[in-house]
Each structure stands twice: as structure tokens, then as C-alpha cells.
Design a binder for this molecule. Structure first.
Ligand code: DX5
Ligand code: ZN
Length: 225
């Protein structure tokens, strides 16, 4: 259903010196996407639980925390304590993914697993029954503003089909290079949570940019990739 599509602006692309104002500009979004980078799992650093706590005090949006960090098992609790609503960690970063999923859920948050562009969807076959969210990375994680990788469309379809085969209904999130131009295609392939960093925050009117992404999914229009 097209009306099920949710938009999750990534504050990585926001002007950090005007963050409160930028949060006010995305009140019409469905989630706030909070990218955590540790300089180890990905070659960049972003922010941590301290900022999350402040963001939660300012914004009413549910926060979708994307942990691009090594050893998430040791770190996720700090984000839960800071108010994370959904915690997504990378399959590639965690040896005991199943245990981490359940540990997050036992703490009362929703649990997601992200897969990098180079990781096949098949790794999720033994995990998908327990997941609230699957995140298909459509760029290599670490930086905003990269170009959407076209092959992610096939992976989204594979996740959608795997979920149907298993009789489960996790959120299917796509992250990286999402714009109003490719929003309809990712939605058609099964995504129902669209992370958008640059296309929202580099726009002079973030609220309008969110509206345009939603509208594209409803009209089914735009360019591929
Ligand atoms: C990439 C991050 C993304 C990023 C998306 O490592 O996980 O969430 O902020 O930014 P755009 O939409 O600019 O590709
Ligand atoms: Zn992200």
C-alpha cells in the first residue's frame, strides 16, 4: 500500500549548528534517522548517545538509530537508555546477530538488521522471523550524499519475497541516495521506510522535500536510480 510509506530524514545531513531548527523543519516526517558511526566499522565519525538524548528531548518523532559501529552488542544499551525507539545494527558487525536482536527486543525497543551493498539478502533467512526491520543499504555506509546503487532494487524485492515466504511483515527500510526521483521505484520493490538525508536537509525547504518524496511514491513517478 502506497500510503504505508514512511519517510525518515537522516540528521547526518542536517546543519549541526542549527540542529533544533532543522528538527522543527521535519516534524511532518514519520521517523528521525540517527546515524551512528564509530570510525572503525565505517571510515567516519558522527554522534553518540549524548546527542540522541538531546534530540529526544526536542523532537516527538520516533527515532530510528542506525548503528554503523563495530561490536554493537556492547554499545546498543546506551542508545536504548538515551531513548532509541528502533535500533538497527549491521549484520557484518556482529557475530551473534540473533542474540543481539533478542537483547534489543528484551529491552523494549524494535530491532533491525542492516546489510551492506556487498552482503547478500540470503544471510537474513535465519533471522527475518525475529526482525522488526530490515535495512537494505543502497550506498556503502559511512557518508551522506552518495549515489544510489541500482542493484539495491533487486535486494529490496528479495527481502520482500523472503518476508512473504516466512509469513512475516518487518519494516523494509532503504538508506542511501534516496530522492523524489527514485522513491517510487524503491517503494515498488518493497521498501516502506525511506531514509533521506541530503534530499531533505540540503533542500531549502525540508518539509516540501518530505512531501515530494511521499507524493512521488503515491504517483509512482520519477526516474530510476
Ligand atoms: C550512510 C547513512 C545514511 C545517510 C543517507 O552511511 O547510513 O543514513 O545519512 O544520506 P543520503 O540520503 O544523503 O544518501
Ligand atoms: Zn543510515
Amino acid at each position: 500500500m502506497l500510503s504505508d510509506v514512511r519517510v525518515a530524514p537522516s540528521i547526518l545531513a542536517a546543519d549541526q549548528l542549527r540542529l533544533a531548527e532543522q528538527l522543527d523543519a521535519i516534524e511532518t516526517a514519520d521517523y528521525l534517522h540517527f546515524d551512528v558511526m564509530d570510525g572503525v566499522f565505517v571510515p567516519n565519525l558522527s554522534f553518540g548517545p549524548g546527542l540522541l538524548e538531546q534530540v529526544k528531548r526536542h523532537s516527538n518523532l520516533p527515532v530510528d538509530v542506525h548503528l554503523m559501529i563495530a561490536d554493537p552488542d556492547r554499545r546498543f544499551a546506551a542508545y536504548l537508555a538515551a531513548g532509541a525507539d528502533i535500533i538497527t545494527f549491521h549484520y557484518e558487525a556482529q557475530l551473534h546477530a540473533h542474540r543481539t536482536v533478542w537483547a534489543i527486543k528484551e529491552h523494549g525497543a524494535k530491532a533491525g538488521i542492516a546489510i551492506n551493498p556487498g552482503t547478500p539478502v540470503s544471510v537474513l533467512d535465519s533471522l527475518i522471523d525475529d526482525l522488526d526491520l530490515v535495512l537494505v543499504m543502497s550506498v556503502n555506509p559511512g557518508f551522506g550524499g552518495q549515489t544510489f546503487i541500482e542493484r539495491s532494487l533487486k535486494k529490496l524485492r528479495q527481502v520482500r519475497d523472503m518476508a512473504a515466504r516466512h509469513g512475516v511483515n518487518p519494516l523494509i527500510e532503504v538508506d542511501g541516495g534516496i530522492t523524489a526521483d527514485n522513491a517510487a521505484y524503491v517503494t515498488k520493490c518493497g521498501a516502506n521506510v525511506l531514509v533521506a538525508g541530503s534530499s531533505v536537509f540540503k533542500s531549502p525547504d525540508p518539509e516540501q522535500a518530505i512531501y515530494e518524496i511521499r507524493r512521488a511514491t503515491q504517483l509512482g513517478c520519477g526516474k530510476r536510480g
